[in-house]
Design a protein around this ligand. Structure first.
Ligand code: LRH
Ligand code: MN
Length: 427
């Protein structure tokens, strides 16, 4: 579905008076606080979030899935939907593919289609957590860590094939989420499993093209419930340090045990120059893959506080980061959910950009704990939404993406075009 740009102009026309009033008020406050609003607007506009190809349909759990209709039935339609999101918010300029769920049959055509929507390809994701139809050896007891060299070689070959697909599409990174682990004590020798995995990673690392990166995503549990080979940030960092400079850690916000201080983990990865990127989502209990900022928006703000501090500090030398969403939409319209998630990510970034860093450093040096909190929360409690809206307006996007999506009956149109039972591959 191609979006008629004039619809966005009409929407913005209706909203502009109120928007201008809110923007003027905020601009006055931020200027008084010494901020360059234009510099902040430029940073906000440049911040692009990659959309996962596996989260454009309705997700589900083992207990059920309630399809919403009008879902993309092919990679082409998935690219169209990401193109729709990007036209509405000019902040979703990339797509992250999962192989084999979204194998590009004709890479050139897929790349041209994406380019026609001003979309790039962020990291490509391998999948050795499922057995495919025509697969020789099963991953039931693992893949890159498997005791059987034949199974490891099969998994290594798959990852190298994924790199090839990525090269054809102009991607520059491979994300490996290794689900390998155990369900029972005694099932595995932890040290040998780590060493087999490292050997497998090294063979994949050797196949990386020059300017490529490999993101090592960690997760404490699920699908295994006793141990996971790459269970935590320490394991990911250890693998990355043993592999080399192209190997970086990937922080999926849902992959932490309850009450983990994720912002401190981000600070550690940045300090080591080993942070590759994020899978943004939110959660209350486990890997719930909920809308970003829907459960713990303050944690997201604190994570961006560490990111902005690190990215501005001469003490940190970390490669450019990949900003990606990894969510699953069990009850929300997938496109509305993604529009809300992109907004929440950019809101946390904008709030972190208006923290009075000099005053914070002074308060930290003087152990003025109360003042430090006052400074942080002044930024967190500043409604920066007029800035995000202004950045969209200047980029030709909609002032209010979700209300624009609804008033334009886009889902109804997609259901008309694709049918109520249209089903998307992915989670
Ligand atoms: C694992 C994970 C990983 C993806 C999958 C879809 O939980 O976060 O990033 O491969 O979700
Ligand atoms: Mn993830």
């Amino acid at each position: 579905m191609i979006l008629d740009k004039s619809l966005i102009e009409q929407h913005n026309e209706k909203q502009s008076a109120l928007h201008q009033k809110k923007l003027d008020t905020l601009t006055a406050v931020l200027s008084d606080e010494g901020h360059s609003v234009n510099a902040i607007l430029d940073k906000i506009a440049a911040f692009q979030v990659a959309i996962p190809s596996w989260a454009l349909g309705t997700g589900g759990t083992r207990f059920g899935r309630f399809a919403g209709g009008g879902e993309p039935r092919s990679l082409e339609e998935k690219i169209e939907d990401v193109g729709l999101l990007h036209a509405i918010n000019q902040s979703s300029g990339a797509i992250s593919l999962h192989i084999p769920w979204d194998i590009p049959q004709n890479a050139k055509a897929i790349q041209q289609l994406a380019a026609s929507f001003e979309l790039k390809f962020d990291a490509v994701n391998s999948n050795t957590f499922q057995d495919q139809q025509n697969q020789d050896l099963s991953y039931k007891y693992g893949s890159l860590s498997h005791t059987d060299k034949g199974v490891r070689d099969q998994a290594i070959a798959h990852n190298i094939e994924v790199i090839k697909h990525g090269v054809d599409l102009g991607s520059k990174a491979l994300t490996i989420w290794l689900s390998d682990g155990t369900d029972f004590p005694g099932q595995q020798n932890f040290r040998r499993a780590f060493q087999r995995t490292l050997d497998s990673f090294q063979q994949i690392y050797a196949a990386l093209p020059d300017e490529w990166k490999v993101f090592v995503e960690y997760k404490p549990y699920e699908p295994h419930f006793y141990s996971t080979v790459v269970a935590d940030w320490g394991s990911s960092l250890l693998f990355c340090q043993k592999l080399g400079e192209k190997a970086l850690g990937l922080v999926d916000l849902g992959h932490h045990l309850p009450n983990t201080n994720i912002e401190q983990i981000v600070s550690r990865f940045l300090m080591e120059g080993k942070l590759g990127g994020f899978h943004f989502n939110d959660s209350k209990y486990g890997d719930d893959d909920l809308t970003v900022g829907s459960i713990k928006p303050y944690q997201l703000f604190l994570i961006f506080n560490e990111l902005v501090e690190g990215m501005q500090s001469a003490e940190v030398n970390n490669p450019e980061l990949s900003w990606m969403i990894d969510a699953s939409h069990n009850i929300k319209d997938p496109l509305e959910d993604l529009l809300q998630s992109v907004e929440a990510i950019k809101m946390a970034y904008a709030q972190a950009l208006i923290i009075d860093r000099k005053a914070l450093e002074k308060a930290q040096a003087e152990n003025d704990v109360t003042q430090a909190q006052e400074i942080l929360q002044n930024a967190y409690r500043t409604d920066v939404r007029p800035l995000l809206a202004q950045a969209r307006l200047q980029a030709g996007a909609a002032l209010h993406p979700v209300s624009f999506y609804r008033e334009s009956n886009i889902r109804e149109e997609l259901v008309k075009q694709r049918g109520a039972k249209a089903f998307a591959t992915g989670l």
